[in-house]
Design a protein around this ligand. Structure first.
Ligand code: ZN
Length: 194
C-alpha cells in the first residue's frame, strides 16, 4: 500500500501515477489518498476531463460508488489556474486529457504541489493510452493496480471491449468491457463464442 513520503515541509512537489485496467480500483485509490491529505489539513483540488460524464458532471465517481467532488476541465493547461499554495492536485481519468498534461504536471510539481494522476495505462487495443506513458516515465511514484480476470480469476491487466465499436474514447460501463488477464485478453473473441 502506498504511504505518503510527507505531508509537511515539502521543499518541492512530486508526481504520483496510479494506473491499471478498467475495474482495477484506480479511482478508489485516488480518493483514498485525497481523503488522507484532507485529514492532514492539506489544500486539495481534484480534476477530471470534461469528457467523462458517465455518472455526474462534478463528482469523481468510482465503480463502487465512492465519490468526491471534482472540477471538470476541457484542457490540461486549465490546471495551472489553481492557487499556488495548493498542496495536493488530483487528476482522474488522465488518459482522456490532451498531450500537454505531462508538462502541466511537471510545472505543478515544480511549484511545490503533490500531483496524483490516475488513469488507464492501456486502451482496449492494449496500446499505451494518451498522455499516460509520458506521465509514467516522469513520475516519482507509480502504483499499478490490478483487476481480477473475468474468465479465469488471475490478475487482470487488460480492458477487453465486448462491443464492436472501434472508437477508442468510449466511456466505460460494466456491460461494455471486461477486465482480463494477458492470456484471456489474447484469446479475445474465441472466448465470446463459448
Ligand atoms: Zn484470464
Amino acid at each position: 500500500m502506498f504511504l505518503e513520503p510527507s505531508f509537511r515541509n515539502q521543499r518541492s512537489g512530486w508526481i504520483e501515477v496510479i494506473c491499471g485496467s478498467m475495474f482495477s480500483g484506480k479511482t478508489e485509490e485516488l480518493i483514498r489518498r485525497i481523503r488522507r491529505a484532507r485529514i492532514a489539513n492539506q489544500e486539495v483540488v481534484l480534476f477530471k476531463p470534461r469528457i467523462d460524464i458517465r455518472y455526474s458532471d462534478v463528482q469523481v465517481v468510482s465503480h463502487d460508488a465512492n465519490s468526491m467532488s471534482s472540477t471538470p476541465v476541457s484542457h490540461a493547461r486549465m490546471l495551472l489556474d489553481v492557487p499556488e499554495n495548493t498542496n495536493v492536485i488530483g487528476v482522474d481519468e488522465a488518459q482522456f486529457f490532451d498531450e500537454e498534461l505531462p508538462a502541466v504536471c511537471e510545472q505543478l510539481a515544480l511549484r511545490g504541489s503533490r500531483v496524483i494522476v490516475a488513469g488507464l495505462d492501456m486502451d482496449f487495443r492494449g496500446r499505451p493510452f494518451g498522455p499516460m506513458p509520458a506521465l509514467l516515465a516522469m513520475a516519482e511514484y507509480i502504483t499499478k493496480v490490478h483487476a481480477i480476470c473475468h474468465h479465469c480469476g488471475n490478475l487482470a491487466t487488460h480492458s477487453y471491449r465486448l462491443s464492436a465499436d472501434e472508437q477508442t474514447v468510449m466511456l466505460g460501463e460494466k456491460q461494455e468491457y471486461e477486465a482480463r488477464c494477458r492470456v484471456c485478453y489474447a484469446m479475445g473473441n474465441i472466448m465470446d463464442l463459448k
